[in-house]
Structure formats: C-alpha cells, structure tokens
Design a protein around this ligand. Structure first.
Ligand code: MIG
Length: 798
C-alpha cells in the first residue's frame, strides 16, 4: 500500500520534487511521533447529581459531566465534558428561542422532553431518543473516555441505513463500512473505496423502520466512524459534543442547515456550463477555446484557469508573459457571456521578493511549528508558507488579496489543495500534527485545525469578496471544507479516475454530500486522470447535465477534452444536452433559490422527502433533481436501455409521450443520444426557450400539484419575483392557477404552454376559450387555465 502511494506521489510531483520532499516527510514523521496512549477507556460511572435548567439539564457523573440542551423542540445539543469545547466554526446560529421542556425521573435516570423529542438519560450515562409516539429513534451506550480520547457507541437496528459523512467514495448507504474524518488528497486519481477524501463532515442521517434522525458531531479531530452492527465513533481529542435532530430527511436537513448555515443564492451564471483543463497555458489558447465554442454553437458560461496562469505558481499573481492582458481577455469573454474562474492554492511561495510572502512573514500570518519557526512545505511553487486561517486577522488579510485578481476581471475563485495538501513521499500529505494554530486566540494545533482549514480559507475569501464587491454574489469552488462550507462555497469531487466505476460512484458521492448539507457539487466530466472513451465521456456528460456543478476538467497529462474532441455523434449529443441544461435554467435557478431557504439538496436520493419506502433506501443509480425530475443516467458501457426503480406514482417520460407507474421497476430505452429522464405527475416544469418561458404541465395523479419559478437579475441583491403554479383536478376539469409575488419585472417575452399526457378536452385561459386542447399553446402570463373534460393518456405497458 505504502509503496503504491509512494509511486503515485512520484508520478504526480516528479522525481526532483519527490527528492526535495524527503526532508519534509522525515520532519513530519519526527514531529508526529508519539507513543500510543495506554490504559483503559472508562465509562462515566453513575449519576451523582442532576440539575434541571431551562431547555435541558446538567448531570454530574462519577467521571465526567453531561449537558443536554434543547435549542429547538427538534434540535438537542449533547455535550460530554470535560474536554476542549469546539470553536463554533461550523455553527451559523446561536440565537435560539427558549424551548419549553419537561423533566421527570425515569427509573434510575431522568427524562427530558420537548413537544417533539424525549431524551432519556440513564443512570449509567446511556441516552435514548424517542419521538412523541414513544418510538425509539436511537439508543446510545455510555461514552467511554481515555484522557483526551472518546469512543461513542449507539445501537443500530438491523435494517438501519446510514448516509452522509461528507464526501465519500462509498456506496450511498454507509452501513458496513469504516470511514475516516481527515481531509485528504488521494493524489492523482481515486476510484470507489478510497477513504478518506477531501471533504469529510461528521454528520449522518439514520433511516429505519421506526423513523429517522440526523446526528452532527461538532468535533473536528480525526474521527473514525464504524457502521457495523453498532455505530462506533472514535475521537482522538476535543469534547464529545453532538446535535440530534429527529424527523424525516427533509425536515432534518432544514434544521441542520439552520444550525450550520444555508447556501446563499449563487450568481446565475454559475449554473451554466464550465470548461476547464489543467493546461490552458496561454491567453491565446483561451481565446481559441472560446472561438471553438462559438463556432460549434455550444453554449458556455465559464472558463477555468488552472495553476498555469500564475507567475511561478505565486498565489494572486498573473504570468504576464503568457497572459499579457488578462483584463482584455476577460472583457472579450464577457461579451459572449463567459466568465473566468481562477484557481488559488493556500501555499504562499517562499520568496523574499514576493510581497505577499514578505507581508505574511512580517505580520506572523503563517502557521508555525512548536519551536516557533514558520512551517515550510513543498507544493507547486516549491517551498511554501501557509496562512493560518484560524486567525481572524489572517482571514481578513487573505480576504483582501482577492482584489488583485478582481482587477484582472476574474469573476470566481477555485480553491484547491486546501485539505491542506502538500507534497510528501509517504504517509499523510499534510502538515505535521503539532503545527500551531491561533484558533481565534485560544491556541491549538493541527490535530484540531486540519479539517477546518479549507472551511476557513473559504470564509476568508467569502467575507473579503462581500466587502470588496458588496453588490456581487461571490462564486467560490472548494475542494475541501467542513460542516458549514455551504455558507461560502461550491465543491467538486476532485481527482476521479476516468472509468465506468468512477462514473457510477458519482451518484452516491453527490447524494451523500447533499445529505451532509453540501448541495452544490459535481465531478470532473470524463474523470480527472485518464482518457475516457467517446461513450464514457458522453454518458458522463449526460449525467452531469443534471448536477448543480457542471464542468469538464482533466489532468495536464491526458489529451485535451473539449466537446468536439471525439467528433460526431458525440458533438451533437453534447450540444443537445448543453442546450437542455440552459433550457432548464429557470428550474435549476428556482431550486437554487429554494436551497438558500431550506438547505435541501438540489440532487436528492429517491427516498426523499421522507424515507418511508425501504425499497428506495439503496437506490444509487438514479436521483431526483428537485421535486419534478427523476434522472436515471446510463452507467454501463454498451447499455441502450436500463431498469429504473420508481417511487410511487405516475412518471412521464420527458422525451416522448410515455407514462410509467411506480412503485416498482421498469425498463426504459436509453439510446446513446439520451438517458431516461422522468417527470413526476403533477409537476409544472418551468423551462426557457429563446427568451420565452416554456411551462410544461404534467397532470396530477391525485387532486393537486404545482411548481414554483423564481427569477431576479441573476446576480446582486436586487428585486425578485416568484411565480406559484397550483394544479387542481376538480370533478371534470383540470385547473392551473398562477400567482405572482415580488417586484422584479416578468423577464420573458411570452409563454409557451406544453400540455403533457392530455389527449382531449376544451381549453380556457382567463375565461377565454382556446378550443380543443393542443399540445402547445402560445400565450402570455395568465391567472387561470382551465381544461374541461380532460382525457388523459394511459400508462406505457412496460
Ligand atoms: O496536485 O492544479 O484536484 O483539479 O487540476 C494537483 C492542478 C493539483 C488538483 C486538483 C485538480 C487540479 C490540479 N490540482
């Protein structure tokens, strides 16, 4: 294993760098060395004293203390002391209203209850969580402790499924595996099974027959989660503080993102298509790239600049010999609606001529070793120093630097290597564990700060950008982070392999991130590290069309990968999917607005919203995009149809007039030109076509349905408008009422109505008769559509 990792590192960074890294790697080994702790792990003993407090209680045990506090009726915080309390980097809200709770003796222990949750504290420190109907959602054993280490156990029901933990190259259901919380760069290309990855989050969702819940450990140390018969979690330090939220996934995620923050509305362009490659080395190359997109009639929103635009890889600089006039280039791109996003690494080149390095050094902004010396490690620029983002002064300083690139016309920033990741020859490719961190002034080391590093780099950037451009929504893309990252940045899934297995892994990884509060993510289309075949690229592209982050990117040592690389039919298929993505923009943007208010992922598992149907708990080859769409990508070479597991209800084929019925599994055609895409009965799907609003109406299964449509200027914080569509089936008529809220003017020239699944009936709009129903109706905005005596198309017999 070690040898393989060494060879990979060697290939990635090259023999010269690998040789230079030996010294650093040995230093890290020496500093990290500690005798393994000895002695037994002990439980807390028995309750000695119990004090009820408003919204909770405190319990003194023979060894240790417990605080249980309700922050909301369905949000309880549990803290086992004594241990170092976390700095609330993950937490976005602390102004909770008092919660009415009751308190009673329960056997030898105590029971605390709100209107939505009962927590029983047993005499030995075991905890049981029950819903108001008395169903047990979770039972925990007394935690065990050995000096600074903790082990926390909970029972798992036999059928219990677990999801989340941030970014994982694991099955959707995490039961049966072991997962490490230590943000890591797997170096150069990973496939299913590799753990840990760049963005771990100690949050998970448990789903079983009695109900569901969400659990978040506010502890940033290198935890190990084991989900076998029991859930066993090990923390090497910090306090054992966690939050328990009962309820279905939809409600739990809403609460969790109230606690850790909601993702702000991104600029609309970020939802478009991004083209990237490690190796666009010159201004002319970028210009040619744009020209080819225009020539091939391919829509494009963003071009990414990887490390080659920098001057000797110095962060916040531009190489003037290769990019002589970046601002002119940015303006030229802007004329075609294309933005530039530039990569930034946290490492600052050790170069006394470089002002950023000098400033950082003089002001003591860099991380230091226990002896007070600045920590230097190797990354692309050679030896680098690293800003200590756990220091508010450093965050403010770093945040100011973005103006240097804003002045060059850069519209968004791509944060790489912020696990943090440095070049080593073996072992952990990060800082030595005793590296010092300011931790808001209270001090700490890398054991605690490591997993927070990426999060805080993004906080620094976000706050800096908001200050410098208060009227522009920041766009940040980050490889690493922690709980709360959603407040600042998007994510991509890093250096994946170019294999069918890696394509398959994309769905569970993206779903798991969404259930961990990170809604905006997506893969490098085609995989980062290899050469996808035309078919693999096509299928990957089709899948990614329905993911929030939609970007092609690849390594420097693989052939260029633009949509025209494979000629026909790939080019035409990609063009159609690109167009579809842009046609779906009103729907996607509305979902983005919704997630800014609910924290709900855009991309959801089939068991969303409530997890009641166990047949859907393991589905990881399809996903929901919002409420209306079910996407079933093709994940196997040569497949020209596939089986699709359906949640209950009618599902309309997006491409043709076919209807399927769930629950159950159906076979759906999937020629190379398309993938199964189904629309839930009762949806109103807003799309855009050449400046027109296209409203696609799918008759409801029961009596009601509908949809939303949010619009605004696409950036900034100005006026907005919201259209609400209500579908209602009454007696012998189908009605759609359209209500509007907000001041932003209606942004479309007119409206095109598509009536799906209706064979016959008479159409009325705002009291005017339109005659017999047609598939397409041209109109303007209206208030009431009425379809009298509708006849609906039947189910496809598959
Ligand atoms: O050590 O900037 O995941 O997207 O192209 C590799 C070069 C550093 C890793 C990122 C990848 C990026 C690459 N970076």
């Amino acid at each position: 294993m070690r040898l393989r990792a060494m060879l990979r590192a060697l290939r990635l960074i090259g023999p010269r760098k690998a040789l230079r890294a030996v010294g650093y790697t040995l230093l890290r080994d020496r500093l990290d060395f500690r005798l393994p702790p000895a002695g037994p792990f002990l439980p807390p003993g028995n309750i000695r004293e119990a004090t009820s407090a408003s919204g909770g209680g405190c319990f003194r045990f023979t060894r240790g203390e417990l605080e249980v506090r309700f922050l909301a009726p369905d949000l309880v915080r549990v803290t086992w002391g004594r241990g170092l309390l976390p700095i609330p980097y993950a937490i976005a809200r602390d102004d909770w209203l008092p919660v009415e709770t009751s308190w009673r003796r329960a056997g030898e222990g105590y029971a605390l209850a709100s209107s939505e949750l009962e927590v029983v504290v047993e005499a030995d420190g075991g905890l049981t969580f029950r819903d108001p109907a008395g169903r047990t959602l979770r039972r925990e054993f007394p935690p065990r402790r050995r000096r600074r280490e903790w082990v926390h156990w909970a029972e798992l029901r036999p059928e219990e499924h677990l999801y989340g933990l941030g970014e994982r190259a694991a099955p959707l259901n995490l039961r049966g595996g072991e997962y490490c919380m230590w943000n890591s760069d797997p170096l150069g290309g990973y496939g299913p099974g590799v753990d840990p990855l760049y963005l771990g989050i100690p949050v998970y969702l448990g789903l079983h027959q009695e109900g569901s819940y969400l659990l978040f450990y506010e502890n940033s140390y290198r935890a190990v989660f084991r989900f076998k018969d029991l859930a066993r979690v090990y923390f090497p330090g910090g306090s054992l503080r966690y939050y328990f939220i009962p309820g279905p996934p939809e409600r739990a995620l809403r609460r969790y993102t109230e606690l850790t923050g909601r993702p702000p509305l991104p600029p609309r362009w970020a939802l478009g298509y991004h083209q990237s490659r490690w190796g666009y080395r010159e201004q002319e190359e970028v210009r040619t790239l744009l020209k080819k997109f225009l020539d091939h009639d391919l829509p494009l929103s963003v071009i990414h600049l990887d490390i080659d635009y920098m001057d000797g890889f110095r962060v916040f600089t531009v190489d003037r010999s290769r990019f002589p006039d970046l601002l002119a280039l940015a303006r030229e791109l802007a004329e075609h609606g294309v933005r530039l996003v530039a990569i930034l690494d946290p490492g600052v080149k050790r170069d006394p001529e470089y002002d950023l390095f000098r400033e950082g050094l003089e002001s003591g902004h860099f991380c230091t070793l226990p002896n007070g010396a600045v920590l230097y490690a190797l990354v692309w620029p050679g030896w680098c120093a690293f800003p200590d983002f756990t220091d508010p002064v450093v965050r403010a300083w770093w945040g100011k630097q973005y103006s240097r690139l804003l002045e060059w016309g850069i519209a968004g920033f791509w944060h790489d290597m912020n696990e943090p990741s440095v070049h080593t020859d073996w072992g952990d490719s990060t800082f030595p564990l005793p590296t010092r961190h300011v931790m808001e002034g209270r001090g700490g080391d890398h054991r605690e700060a490591h997993n927070l590093y990426g999060l805080l780099m993004n906080q620094a950037a976000y706050e800096g950008l908001c200050q410098q451009r208060p009227d522009v929504r920041p766009f940040l893309l980050s490889r690493s982070g922690w709980a709360g990252l959603q407040r600042y940045a998007w994510n991509w899934t890093g250096d994946t392999e170019s294999t069918w297995e890696a394509l398959q892994q994309t769905i569970p990884t993206v779903l798991g991130l969404g259930l961990s509060g990170i809604p905006y993510t997506g893969p490098d289309i085609g995989g980062f590290s290899g050469r996808p075949s035309a078919e693999l690229y096509t299928r990957w592209f089709q899948l990614a069309t329905f993911l929030p982050f939609f970007r092609t990117h690849s390594a420097w040592d693989v052939p260029p990968r633009e949509p025209w690389t494979w000629g026909e039919p790939v080019l035409s298929i990609v063009r159609e999917f690109l167009r579809l993505r842009y046609r779906l923009m009103p729907y996607l943007y509305t979902l983005a607005w919704e997630t800014s208010r609910t924290g709900h992922p855009l991309v959801r598992p089939l068991f969303w919203p409530d997890g009641r149907d166990p047949a859907l708990w393991d589905v990881q080859d399809a996903f929901l995009l919002g409420e209306a769409l079910l996407v079933a990508p093709v994940l196997e070479e040569g497949a020209r149809s596939r089986r699709v597991t359906l949640p209950a209800g009618r599902w309309y084929d997006f491409w043709e007039e076919a209807v399927y019925r769930g629950p159950g599994t159906v076979s759906v055609p999937a020629p190379l030109e398309c993938i199964p895409l189904l629309v839930r009965a009762g949806s109103v799907l807003p799309m855009e076509e050449e400046g027109r609003l296209a409203l696609h109406l799918y008759p409801p299964e029961g009596s009601e349905g509908g949809g939303l449509l949010y619009s605004d200027a696409g950036d900034g914080y100005g006026p907005w408008r919201l259209e609400r569509f209500h579908l209602r089936q009454t007696g012998d008529a189908l009605e759609m009422a359209w209500e509007t809220e907000g001041d932003y003017p209606f942004p479309w020239s007119d409206v095109r109505l598509f009536l799906h699944g209706v064979r016959a009936g008479r159409l009325w709009i705002d009291g005017r008769e339109f005659g017999p129903v047609r598939r397409v109706v041209e109109t303007g905005p209206f208030r009431l559509l009425r379809l009298e005596g509708p006849e609906f198309c039947g189910d496809a017999g598959r």
